[in-house]
Design a protein around this ligand. Structure first.
Ligand code: B3K
Ligand code: ZN
Length: 869
């Protein structure tokens, strides 16, 4: 790509817009060959400076008028995506006429076609693909949208707000006019036109307003809509109870579309969803799938306040809405299901994927200070670490003050576009706390490390915790200043009782210095510290725990999260010593402490099943990789496999006892206890098969044959696909495809399962899947299922011959001209090249250099150039 196109945008250069858009009227005339968009903008000067509109690179600009007068070439200057209009009166009406071909738009940004329907995706900068507009979040306007289309092909015409008019036109066409009374930035604009069916329900808000809720899909999917409707109602209720936030219009629409770059989009009153994140049915969707859908429906709904009513001043503040909204949806999910399991899952994602991002070449702060392509910044750091930052504020203030702070934030900034500082200032104001140092979480990248040691003085009954914090250098940030870290701790005595700290079992320490000592008095015996309870901060914590202490905490810690964490630490230590042994070519006995610990968990029938399944899951290969100095993919894979087999052989009878010890009652239901039962059953089945015994294979076959839900079908299928029983795996895979070939969302699960197998043969398999009738380059879900899953398949991808890297590079080069956003995501595994041994580094680098030598989109260019720098 030409590098001058990849301009870097800096936060320090932010200037408020010279003009506001008071209101805008849009008319979309949709035809099969082209669409015309007429836009009337009523603008008004707010600050000195020129009127800058964005766009013109994707849509053809047919005409621009200022107050009805044609704008001549001398009246404007075009620089890249910016149209600078020279002389404009302080108040004016601009008319812009553009023409586009949505049917050829494979970027899935702006206006495009997905199967037979038109839809839009405007965040972050897609609106400029439709028309010329000040396409920035701090320009908020009132939108009126008229859509005209063929009535037979597109009977349903939707946009934001309320339907104010509809009617017939000549030639079998019809129109609808939508008006959204809430001022919003252009990124929240949406339009849908298609032959859709819908289900309808309602919700009465706390002030008694009846809201109509509709969920639209193509006819073939209508049987999969009910669950999301319920999830929406639960979200609406929860936001009223937990945050006092009420919905503000009479209508809320959700539309499912098949071709979508992300999970979903929170357009005002017209949320558009990737079908995979909204459509669900017991026979086609796993429990994890249901949970994900519930969380995403909630997330998009919660954006109505955290994002839409109060929006971001500029894209550097993206985490203002995303971090806060992820925090809100995680609170919601904790309330709907098991809080302990939700926390374990969030932390697992953060520590495997976000920590890896934070340690790589694209590491950036929660509030970045520069970007080339904003689409590349919809990252785990902005979302998940951003949510952790909000969570830390919640921990520091406590639930009550946090709620006061959020009330103040929503009231003070309603209808405005604001910054992360505005949010934190509200929290400071209500609590009287000084969060100045805390703001470093927004500006400094990298994962802080806490090194904790302790000392006990029996004579005075004093216990000391010594905490040292540091943070590794990240691109552009060599030196870091100390963070303000809430460190939640508890102290346990060897008899299992807990020392009460200031009347509570958990105390939150404010770690603010590079080195800090905390003193606890009245400690009668040397305690075992339970540190970073609930994972109170997104850090890596070291403390020299002995294996006995970890086993003790696994059984006695009163903090559910830390009980799990102790098990993970124990397993990590044992896996790491196995990795070392494999690298040294030695055989080492798997520490019986782990077997004993697993046995205790299996014997503890009172333990929540879902939690038990988490405790009995070994740290993933990805997490082991993240924690390795140099990633030895083979050794990690072998070590984990070996430890799993040793556990399976040693505890085979226990796993057999617990497998189906409690049958979920009756037919499938998506609710807490039966989800836990299925999770534990499938975990046991996996271990049983790891023994590689024929009896286990029979159980798998039986479960597969009898399953009445996708969790159990997939549980059995995945177990066998990841086992050495390849003939049976192939047989069941074929059966599965035969049964589900018509259901794209199920086929995606089938694709990704095969692409994630850790084996020599996976590359050839993936190559054949790209040729399979079920594959489609234009559908991001398919691409993610095959290429995305393959890139994470450890030994399947990181082959000694480098062929996995070559292959991925070829696919990224192929995909980039079609869909830059997606291509840029697919390149991620290659960007981590510095973490691998020299030979693999050279191969990965070569693959990246080959990509870099191509003409590239801004998206891929930014990622590739940063990783090679
Ligand atoms: N805000 C959207 C993401 C838009 C992505 C643009 N490339 C979904 C969400 O976070 O809710
Ligand atoms: Zn979001």
């Amino acid at each position: 790509m030409s590098q001058d196109n990849a301009k870097t945008v800096y936060l320090k250069d932010y200037q408020p817009p010279a003009f506001s858009v008071e209101s805008v009227e849009l008319t979309f005339s949709l035809f099969e060959e082209q669409c015309q968009v007429r836009s009337n903008l009523h603008i008004k000067r707010q600050h000195p400076g020129q009127l800058v509109l964005n766009g013109g690179q994707h849509a053809e600009v047919l005409r621009v008028e200022v107050n009805g007068e044609l704008l001549h070439e001398s009246g404007y200057r075009v620089s890249g995506e910016d149209w600078v209009i020279e002389a404009v009166p302080d108040e004016a009406t601009l008319t812009v006429l553009t023409q586009l071909q949505p049917q050829n738009n494979t970027t899935l940004e702006g206006l495009y076609k997905s199967s037979s329907m038109y839809c839009t995706q405007c965040e972050a900068e897609g609106f400029r693909q439709i028309t010329l507009y000040p396409d920035r979040p701090d320009v908020m306007s009132v939108f009126t949208t008229r859509i005209e289309a063929d009535k037979a092909l597109y009977p349903v015409l939707l946009s934001n707000g309320n339907l104010v008019e509809q009617g017939e036109l000549e030639n079998g066409r019809h129109f609808a006019v939508w008006h959204d009374p809430f001022r919003k930035p252009s990124y929240l604009f949406a339009l849908v036109a298609g032959d859709l069916q819908h289900i309808e329900d309602s919700f009465t808000t706390m002030s008694g307003r009846a809201v109509t809720l509709r969920l639209y899909t193509e006819a073939r999917n209508i049987s999969k809509t009910e669950f999301a409707m319920g999830a929406l109602q639960r979200s609406m209720k929860w936001d009223e109870e937990a945050y006092g936030r009420e919905y503000d219009l009479d209508l809320f629409n959700i539309v499912a579309v098949d071709d979508f770059n992300m999970g979903a989009m929170e357009n005002k009153s017209l949320n558009i969803f990737n079908s995979s994140c909204v459509l669900a049915r017991a026979d086609t969707t796993t429990d994890a799938g249901f949970q994900r859908i519930e969380a995403i429906v909630a997330h998009e709904y919660f954006h109505n306040w955290s994002g839409n009513r109060v929006t971001c001043r500029d894209w550097f503040q993206l985490s203002l809405k995303e971090g806060f909204t992820v925090f809100r949806d995680s609170q919601f999910s904790s309330d709907m299901g098991s809080a302990a399991v939700k926390r374990i899952e969030d932390v697992t994602l953060l520590r495997t994927a976000q920590f890896a991002e934070d340690a790589g070449p694209t590491s950036h702060p929660v509030r970045p200070d520069n970007y080339m392509e904003i689409s590349n910044f919809y990252t785990l750091t902005i979302y998940e670490k951003g949510a952790e930052v909000v969570r830390m504020i919640h921990t520091l203030l406590g639930a009550e003050l946090f709620r006061q702070g959020s009330d103040l934030y929503f009231e003070r900034f309603d209808g405005q576009a604001v910054t992360c500082d505005d949010f934190v200032r509200c929290m400071e104001e209500v609590s009287g706390r000084d969060l100045t140092q805390f703001m470093r979480w927004y500006t400094q990248a990298g994962t802080p490390r806490l090194q904790v040691t302790d000392e006990y003085d029996a004579a005075t009954g004093t216990y000391y915790l010594d905490v040292r914090q540091s943070c590794p250098a990240t691109p552009g940030q060599e030196q870091k200043l100390p963070f303000h870290i809430p460190l939640a701790v508890g102290l346990l005595y060897p008899d299992g009782t807990e020392h009460h700290l200031q009347g509570d079992s958990t105390l939150v320490l404010d770690v603010t210095e590079a080195e800090q000592r905390f003193m606890f008095k009245g400690i009668t015996q040397r305690p075992i510290p339970s540190l970073l309870r609930g994972f109170s901060a997104p850090v890596k914590l070291d403390y020299p725990y002995s294996r006995e202490e970890l086993s003790f905490l696994m059984s006695h810690d009163t903090d559910g999260f830390n009980r799990w964490e102790a098990g993970q630490r124990l397993a990590m230590a044992i896996l790491q010593e196995q990795i070392g042994a494999i690298q040294a070519g030695e055989e080492l006995e798997v520490d019986p402490a782990l077997i004993a610990a697993f046995e205790r968990v299996l014997d503890d029938t009172d333990l929540d099943y879902a939690v038990a399944a988490k405790v009995l899951t070994l740290p993933s290969e990805a997490y082991l990789a993240e924690n390795a100095q140099v990633i030895d993919v083979e050794a990690i894979h072998q070590a984990r496999r070996r430890v799993r087999k040793v556990l399976a052989d040693a505890l085979c009878a226990r796993f057999r006892e617990r497998y189906h010890a409690t049958e979920p009652d009756g037919v499938y239901a998506f609710h807490g206890s039966s989800i836990g039962q299925r999770a534990l059953n499938n975990l046991c089945l996996g271990y049983l098969l790891a023994t590689e015994r024929e009896e286990a294979l029979e159980l798998v076959r039986q479960q597969y044959a009898e399953a009445d839900n996708m969790t159990d079908s997939m549980g059995a299928l995945a177990a066998v696909v990841h086992s050495p029983f390849t003939t049976v795996a192939d047989e069941l895979l074929e059966q599965f495809y035969g049964r589900w070939s018509e259901d794209a969302l199920v086929v995606n699960q089938w694709l990704s399962l095969q692409a994630s197998v850790a084996g020599e043969g996976t590359l050839a398999k993936v190559q054949s899947l790209l040729q399979h009738a079920a594959f489609d380059w234009r559908n991001p879900n398919k691409v993610r299922s095959v290429l995305g899953a393959y890139g994470q398949s450890s030994v399947g991808f990181h082959r000694a011959d480098g062929a996995g890297y070559e292959f991925l590079a070829d696919q990224v080069i192929h995909l980039d001209p079609m869909n830059p956003q997606l291509a840029s995501r697919m390149v991620t595994p290659l960007t981590r090249w510095r973490r691998y041994p020299a030979a693999r580094q050279a191969q990965m680098r070569a693959a990246l250099e080959r990509i870099a030598a191509q003409p590239l989109s801004k998206d891929v260019y930014e990622i590739v150039s940063k990783s090679l720098a």
